[in-house]
Design a protein. Sequence first.
Length: 523
Amino acid sequence: MSSNARFALAFLLFAPPLAAQLESPPVQLWNEGSPELLSSLQADAHFGWALAAGDFDCDGFDDLAVGVPDDDDQLGAVADVGYVMVLYGGEAGLSAAGHQLWDQQSLAAAEEEAGDRFGEALATGDFDGDGCADLAIGISSEDIGTVTNAGAIQILYGSPSGLTATGNTFFRQGAGGISANPEPYDYFGQSLAAGDFDADGFDDLAIGAPGEDIEAATVDGAGAVHVLFGSAASGLTGTGDLVLFRGNGLPGAPEEDELLGFSLAAGNFNYLFSGDELAVGAVFSAASGSAPDGGRVLVLSNLAGAILAAEYTQDSAGVPGVAEGSDAFGWALAAGDFDGNGVDELAVGVPNEDDEGAGELQVGCVNVLDFDGGPHQLWLQEDLNPEHTEEYDRFGSMLATGDFDADGADDLVIGVSQEDLGPLVDAGLVHVVHGEPVTGLSAARDQIWLQALDPSEQDDGFGFGLAAGRFSGHSGMDLAIGAPYDALAGFAEAGAVNVFHSAALLRDGFESGDAARWSSVEP
C-alpha cells in the first residue's frame, strides 16, 4: 500500500457508520513547544513515551499525563532526568490552561540524577477513594544510593484542584514497609497497573520489577511484582504489601531472564470475584522445551487472600498459534470487555511472532483470551484490510482499550510503531478493532490512524504510547497516541502526542458548527 493511500485512508475511514467511532476532526497535537505550555522543544526528550488518562480534578472529564522521560534538566547539564506533563480535559478537549509539570525536584523524591527517566511508566487509579484519580509514576532507572537502576515510583494524589504535591509519596524496595531490597538493575517501576485487587473499594497498585534476581533460587533476572494496597487513610502504603514471583505466590519456578513483571494489566476476568484480577507478563519465559523465550502470561485473582493463578502460553489449550522461541508472548497486555457482557477479555501482544510461511521475522500478532467460555482469538495485520503483515512491524507491541463508539462494548487499540509507510521506515500506525455487543471483536469497522496535523516521517514511532479517556464532551472515549521519536522544528526525537476525539453520532446529540443532528435512536 502506498504512503499516499495510507494517508487518504486515515482521514476517510471507510465512510463511517452512524455510530462513528473516532473522527479525524478535531485532532489535537501536543508537544513541548505547543502554545501556552511551560516547556520548550528539546531534542531526544521523547515526549509521549508513556501516557495515562484519569480524572485528576474530579470534574467529569479525563485528563492526560504525558511521560517525557529523556528530557534534560538544568539547561542540559543533567541528562535524561525526565518529567511528566499533565493536560486537563474539558468540554472541548485537552487544554493548556492549568497544565502542570512534575519532576523529582518538585516532589518528595530522591535526588534528581542523570538517567533517572522519571515518567517512563504511568498508571492512574483512585488509591484513597476520594473520587479523584491519582497518578503513579515509574522511575525504573532510579539509583538508590550506589545501587544502579534499582528503580522507584512516585505517587501524586488528585483533588478538586487537580494533582497536588500534598501527600505525594516516594516508594522503593527496602523502605516504607516495602519488601525486598534494592539491587542493581531490578528496574522496580518499569511497569504499573492499578485495580482493586482486594475488593475493598480502593484501587491498589501493581509494580513490575522485571530485572529482580531471585537469590534463594540463584536465578538472575527472573523478575517480580510488588502490590501496594490503597486505603482511605493515606492512599497507598507499604503496609501489607505483597512481593510475588514464581515459586513465591505464583506457580512454577523462576527462570533466568524471563522478566516476569515486564508487562501488567488489571481487569475483571472472573465474575465470581468482585474485585479486579491482575495479568502479569513473563515475556521471555520458556513456553515449552522447544520454545525458549516464548513468553507466558499469569492471571491472578484474589491477591489479598488465597491467590488463584492461571497460566497461558501459545501452547495452552484453545489459544491459537504455536509457541516459538523469542515470540515474547505477553510483551503488552490490555483488558477490555469486547462483547459487553460484563466480563473482560485480555489482549496479549506477541510482537516477535514470525510468519514462517512468508519467511518474515517479527511481524507480530495479538492473542485475545476469553475467560467466560468464548473462544480465544488470534489477530494479525493480515486480518485488517488493507494492511498486510510485514517483517519487523512488531504488530501488538503496544495495546490499549476503550469504548470509542459508546455502544457498551470496548474496542481494541493496537500500536504498530515500527510500521514502514512506503519509504518512511518505522513511521508507525495504529489500528482500532471495534468490539460489538454479544459477538465481540470484529474487523468489519477496523480503523487505521496515522499522524494527523504533523505528517508522518521516518522513525516517528507513532503508536509507541497509547491511552484512552473521555477528554472531551462526548459519550464515547477519545484516544491519545504517542509518537516519542517525532522530529519537530529541527529537534530530533522531540516527540509528540496526537489526540483523536470520539464522534458517537446519534447517541449523545452531535453538534458541528451551528448544525445539530437529532434521532429517536436510544443509546
